[in-house]
Design a protein. Structure first.
Length: 316
């Protein structure tokens, strides 16, 4: 079922989860174990992140340095297929525009459609240390709104090449939103205008970046609404578990952490997991009181605290 259908048919609060494919060298058993723990919580859907190729440097025996380009975490499509078909839980496959040609994107969407996956989170991704070389006969989407347009075209039966007799797809499309603005945007207003381009291109819903101060989310939703964005905006929550995350999360995700949370963890670093859990629980309760459509957890493969929080909040 589509995310948007889950949202409109819901009779109780929804809690969804985002997982990351295991790194190279690990097996899908990691995912199976994690989803087995989430399954009793009745997830409406699980997101599976996507990862572009990056350049890595490897020192050979003769001392020379070799540059290798590969994906550290391949397998988004396969993992979505396993979760959906083995556990009967809907999945949202993340798709990136950077690092993929439109032709590769079309093939990925065809595969997802074969597997019965109906939901895509359309993202630009980041251009880290490797830029894909694109041959002249290939084209790329740049910003996420272009990727949304490509998916909408396929939903209308329009493929890159004119293929007679092709079936239109029926993907539900989500896009990313940033309550504290995207790091490249000069200000929140411009970022929201760019977000509107994604919605105008055909996005059905917005999933937000993690935030630790609910007021940031409430203000963001108000700002989106006053700019004519009417689609559901799903809040993203991350449960802190260690003192090192106080510097890592702001650095990697360009978000702020409230003073109170930072001070509490600095005072009691050995209790970081418990403090993070209590903070997230407070956030979730307040979001539910504001009738959010769903709470989305960035579990990043740590199911520890989320299971306790959701079990408690499902009873509210
Ligand atoms: P865009 O919407 O293209 O925006 C990027 C920047 O460009 C913004 O500053 C925006 O204001 C601006 N912009 C947007 N459209 C235009 C336009 N038409 N013209 C000019 N400027 C424009 N990354 C991964 O690699 N894998 C994942 O699985 C993943 N999942 C994510 C899930 C969520 C919910 C979120 C919030 C982020 C996720 N990311 C993921 C991170 C994301 O890829 C990065 O934040 C990336 O830098 C921006 O992606 P975007 O889709 O928001 O890009």
């Amino acid at each position: 079922m589509k995310v948007i259908e889950h949202l409109t048919r819901r009779t109780e609060p929804l809690f969804s989860y985002e997982i990351v494919p295991p790194p190279r060298g690990r097996t899908v058993q990691d995912v199976i174990d994690m989803v087995s723990l989430l399954k009793p919580l009745n997830p409406p859907w699980i997101d599976v992140t996507a990862h572009a190729s990056e350049a890595y440097y490897h020192e050979k025996d003769d001392g020379s340095i070799e540059r290798k380009i590969y994906k550290k975490r391949p397998g988004t499509i396969g993992i979505c297929g396993i979760i959906q078909n083995r556990f009967g839980i809907d999945t949202v496959a993340h798709l990136l525009s950077l690092g993929f040609t439109k032709e590769e994107t079309e093939d990925a969407l065809i595969e997802l459609n074969y597997l019965g996956i109906q939901n895509i989170l359309a993202l630009r991704g980041d251009g880290p240390n490797y830029k894909k070389v694109v041959s002249k006969d290939r084209s790329m989407n740049h910003h996420a709104d272009e990727l949304v347009s490509q998916i909408v075209d396929m939903n209308n039966g329009k493929f890159l090449e004119d293929i007679s007799d092709c079936q239109p797809f029926n993907f539900c499309i989500g896009v990313a939103g940033y309550p504290e603005k995207h790091f490249e945007a000069p200000n929140l207003k411009i970022d929201i205008l760019n977000l509107k381009k994604k919605v105008d291109a055909g996005a059905d819903y917005i999933a937000t970046q993690m935030f630790f101060d609910n007021q940031k989310y409430f203000d963001f939703v108000d700002e989106c609404r006053s700019n004519g964005i009417t689609v559901p905006i799903i809040p993203g929550i991350k449960i802190l578990k260690s003192e090192s995350q106080l510097t890592n999360l702001p650095k990697n995700f360009y978000i702020n952490l409230p003073d109170e949370l930072v001070e509490n963890i600095h005072k009691n670093p050995t209790h970081a997991r418990e403090i993070g859990k209590q903070w997230a629980e407070k956030q979730v309760i307040e979001l539910l009181e504001h009738n959010v459509p769903c709470v989305h957890f960035y579990i990043m493969n740590d199911t520890h605290s989320v299971v306790d929080i959701v079990k408690k909040c499902q009873k509210l």
